[in-house]
Design a protein around this ligand. Structure first.
Ligand SMILES: Cc1ncc(COP(=O)(O)O)c(C=O)c1O
Length: 394
């Protein structure tokens, strides 16, 4: 297409932002190519390989099974295994018919929101929060309402906030717990209050539990224990260490199952067949032993990194209770966290994520550290930051 012709992008693209950290990552890769050792504290996926049982199950499936499409809602064996997982893990009985296997939590979020959101409808969510959520809603021509949350509300939405911003156009509330980027877990009573209010308004609650399993002090109940009317999103990406397999799931309220399946058929036909066979092995008790060891390792990293970055002068309003992130206030060093991230990359080779990747509220004063590198790497990153920040303060 010649340069002077207008390229016909859909208008909704104006509302979709890239991950800002990607530009930092490109700069980091250029440095790595020049031989500079980079310490990665920006990556949102576990550094561990996929569990051995998962890989073995995939190899076996390749030899023994056909790799045709599965039913749109997923392999019946996997849906039954996920139902069993809820029984063992949370003592909650979920009919496998309510479980729809998806391409990651991303697929599950898109399905749930597509079933619920009409053009012009609004969806409430926390700011800071997972950035794709507001974009998913924009793709449906809905209106994401980002509600500022801070340490006063434990970085989660409250009932009062929902009531304050509620309008007749509000179709849903979206909660992630543990949350990205703050690692905060919503109190069960708070979640229950919101669930009841949302239902009373004739709207729906969607709870993203992708970081369940990666909780370090206590294990929260699944939202499914509170009500059968809640949509719950989960994934094999994080706790199960299977980001690249692209497999997750949605538990839908019974009355929405048929519509959700219909959409799944049309949008992605089915999740990847090989990954679904592998995911069955992710739910085995043997795999859980390995995954819980990894969780313990993440806890050590969290404890180390929280102490270390606080001692550098970053402020952590509340110790993260889950996921593998620390959302820290960097105002002591800068009022522009994006530029500060570049400065740190340039001066120390440490990559962290600027707050603006997670919304607007106090984004300029915050950065996210991910502890998805081993303790040795984290310690190296901290000593580089310490040397630089001390020099900078002189
Ligand atoms: C809160 C949250 N939800 C959903 C996703 C998407 O995960 P998946 O890889 O399962 O699509 C992520 C990925 O980082 C996330 O942080």
């Amino acid at each position: 297409m010649s340069d002077n012709l207008k390229i016909p992008f859909a208008k909704r693209l104006n509302h979709i932002q890239p991950f800002h950290v990607m530009r930092l990552l490109e700069a980091a890769k250029r440095k790595e190519a020049q031989g500079v050792a980079i310490v990665h504290m920006e990556i949102g996926e576990p550094d561990f390989d996929s569990p051995a049982y998962v890989i073995a199950a995939a190899q076996q499936a390749l030899q023994e099974k056909t790799m045709h499409y599965t039913p749109a809602a997923g392999l019946p064996e996997l849906r039954t295994a996920i139902s069993h997982f809820y029984q063992c893990q949370y003592k909650v009985k979920i009919d496998p018919a309510r479980i729809i296997v998806t391409p990651g939590a991303s697929g599950a979020l898109q399905l749930a929101l597509s079933v619920l959101v009409n053009s012009g409808d609004s969806v409430l969510m926390a700011d800071p929060g997972y950035p794709c959520n507001r974009h998913f809603i924009r793709l449906l021509d809905g209106e994401p309402i980002s509600v500022p949350v801070g340490k006063e509300t434990g970085y989660q939405l409250t009932l009062q906030q929902c009531q304050t911003v509620w309008t007749t156009d509000t179709a849903a509330v979206l909660i992630s717990s543990p949350a990205n980027p703050t690692g905060s877990i919503i109190a069960t009573s708070q979640l229950n209050d919101i669930a009841r209010y949302v239902k009373g308004q004739g709207a729906c609650l969607v709870v993203d539990e992708i970081y369940h399993g990666l909780t370090y002090d206590e294990q929260p109940p699944t939202a499914l224990a509170l009500s059968e009317d809640i949509f719950v999103v989960n994934s094999f990406s994080k706790y199960f260490g299977m980001t690249g397999w692209r497999v997750g799931w949605l538990v839908a309220p019974k009355v929405y199952v048929e519509a959700t399946e219909k959409l799944a058929q049309n949008i992605f036909l089915a999740a990847c067949t090989l990954s679904q066979y592998a995911a069955i092995a992710a739910l085995l008790p043997e795999t859980k032993i390995e995954l819980d060891k990894r969780r313990d390792e993440f806890k050590k990293r969290r404890d180390f990194l929280c102490d270390a970055i606080s001692s550098l002068g970053f402020e952590i309003a509340a110790k993260p209770e889950g996921a593998f992130y620390i959302y820290a206030n960097c105002q002591k060093f800068s009022n522009n966290s994006y530029e500060f991230c570049y400065e740190l990359l340039e001066q120390t080779g440490v990559v962290i994520t600027p707050g603006k990747d997670f919304g607007c509220y106090q984004a300029k004063h915050h950065v996210r550290f991910a502890y998805t590198s081993n303790l040795e790497q984290l310690a190296e990153g901290i000593s580089r930051l310490r040397r630089y920040l001390e020099r900078r303060a002189e």
